[in-house]
Design a binder for this molecule. Structure first.
Ligand code: AMP
Length: 454
């Protein structure tokens, strides 16, 4: 998954983009990058790692300019490698251009193959690069027409930011899979994956970039275009609400926190259990656990506490420290857990390995019973639109029944939220506006390509 930010017309664009990237760090921790516009041309800096480690004051000073785009990445297509860091910078007949992409193109491999047969040489293994090649190949005169022609050939999820010497361009795919919002800070325009990045830099939320909209920012103003006349139905990613987006963001016209808390309330209505305490798996299970506790009347307790300062560790302990990996990230509060019937809330189970370890940790801390409640339906299908999910064979709910999963992770009971309750916040007629393929296997775009991949 990825996060993108763009700043148009601010004398400290590099600083604002850097700060905004901090607000989007949860969307990708593998690499980060920024491109800014100087009189001399486009300046770029990217590296593997976290935003705070990549951008020093010196780097920001060197990049400082009036316009900037930035990107944080967790690879879902193409390897985790420096050559795949974004924004992706190219020089072509069109001049210099940088692009930052959130989402996944379903038909990129197919298009890349055709382009290579025609002699194209690819620099990266990223799906984003096919867009740039299609633009370079287009016979259209104007940038906007080349962009439209290229994007009409790709299928899948794309929230994009382009930067040229004069313009910043924001695009959202016709289905609106990934969020993309627009904000204002005095005379400057900001585009970001989530509103949390706008809040962080003191910008005011203006509106979402609409599905199928192209917004061209130039000379401190903007113009809006449509990618195509006939757009498909919307397919906002429901997993953004379940897990991905930050709870203080407002995306797809709703507050993420409210929607997520509602999942917990619905879960309590659907699968009540006698428990003494409701405990979230932090941080992802917290809003749903608050909802569950409020609805059920069972007290909320932070029985598990997250260590926020864990990076990657290469120093493995001796065998004697059991469940070391999870202990680095989480600690159980013994006094709270001991002798209690715990209702444990998490947002999702993917492979099942984390839940199994957490359950052991709670048993070691003396839990009397553990009833696991998941604030989304079973994750049975991989995502091809930008969320990093393993193959179908690695998804525990694709292979095992709920009873088998319960036995595997070692809980006394296990219940998931139903697909119906997932849409508690939406009118029946507008449920169609969401993509829930990870739960239902109904892929709204590129299903012919996807059926050959699963
Ligand atoms: P596991 O079942 O051990 O594979 O991991 C499940 C946990 O991973 C859940 O608690 C989720 O909060 C978290 N999770 C779910 N989806 C993702 C994702 N795409 N990337 C990273 N973590 C995720």
């Amino acid at each position: 998954m990825c996060g993108i930010i763009g700043i148009h017309n601010h004398p400290e664009a590099a600083t604002l983009a850097y700060l905004g990237l901090h607000g989007l760090q949860h969307r990708g921790q593998e690499s980060a990058g920024m491109v800014t516009v100087k009189d001399s041309g486009l300046q770029c800096h990217h590296a593997m790692g976290l935003v705070a480690d990549i951008f020093s004051q010196d780097v920001i000073d060197r990049l400082q300019a009036n316009h900037a785009i930035g990107h944080v990445r967790y690879s879902t297509y193409g390897e985790s490698h420096i050559k795949n860091c974004q924004p992706f910078l190219v020089n072509s007949m069109l001049g210099s251009m940088a692009v930052a992409h959130n989402g996944n193109l379903v038909n990129a491999t197919e298009i890349q193959k055709k382009l290579e047969e025609d002699g194209a040489i690819f620099q990266s293994t990223m799906d984003t690069e096919v867009i740039v090649h299609l633009m370079a190949k287009s016979r259209k005169k104007k940038f906007i027409d080349r962009l439209k022609e290229s994007l009409c050939q790709v299928e899948g999820a794309f929230s994009l930011l382009f930067l040229t010497k004069k313009k910043m361009i924001a695009v959202r795919d016709p289905s609106g899979f990934r969020p993309l919002v627009m904000g204002k800070k005095k005379d400057s325009w900001i585009v970001a994956s989530e509103t949390t990045a706008l809040d962080l830099i003191g910008a005011k939320f203006v509106r979402e970039i609409e599905p199928g909209e192209i917004v061209v920012f130039e000379n401190g103003d903007y113009k809006s275009y449509r990618l195509a006349e006939n757009l498909p139905k919307r397919s906002h990613c429901i997993f953004e609400y379940v897990y991905f987006a930050k709870p203080d963001s407002h995306i797809f016209h709703r507050d993420v926190y409210e929607v997520r808390k509602g999942f917990g309330q619905m879960l309590a209505k659907e699968s009540q259990v006698d428990g003494d305490i409701v405990v979230p798996v932090p941080d992802s299970g917290v809003p749903a656990a608050i909802g569950y506790a409020q609805e059920s009347g069972i007290p909320f307790e932070m029985g598990l506490v997250r260590n926020h300062y864990v990076g990657r560790t290469f120093i493995e302990p001796e065998q004697s420290i059991r469940h070391f990996g999870v202990k680095l990230k989480l600690g159980a509060v013994k006094n709270i857990i001991e002798g209690k019937r715990v209702v444990l809330i998490d947002d999702s189970i993917v492979r099942g390995t984390t839940s199994k370890k957490i359950v052991r940790m709670l048993r070691d801390a003396g839990a009397k019973e553990i009833h696991m409640r998941i604030s989304s339906p079973p994750t049975k299908w991989p995502c091809f639109y930008g969320i990093d999910t393993p193959t179908r064979s690695e998804l525990i709910a694709a292979k095992k029944s709920i009873k088998e999963i319960r036995n595997y992770i070692g809980v006394d009971s296990l219940k998931y939220l139903s697909v119906d309750s997932l849409y508690w916040f939406e009118k029946q007629s507008q449920r169609e506006w969401f993509c829930d393929a990870c739960f239902t296997g109904k892929y709204p775009v590129g299903s012919d390509v996807i059926s050959n991949l699963i």
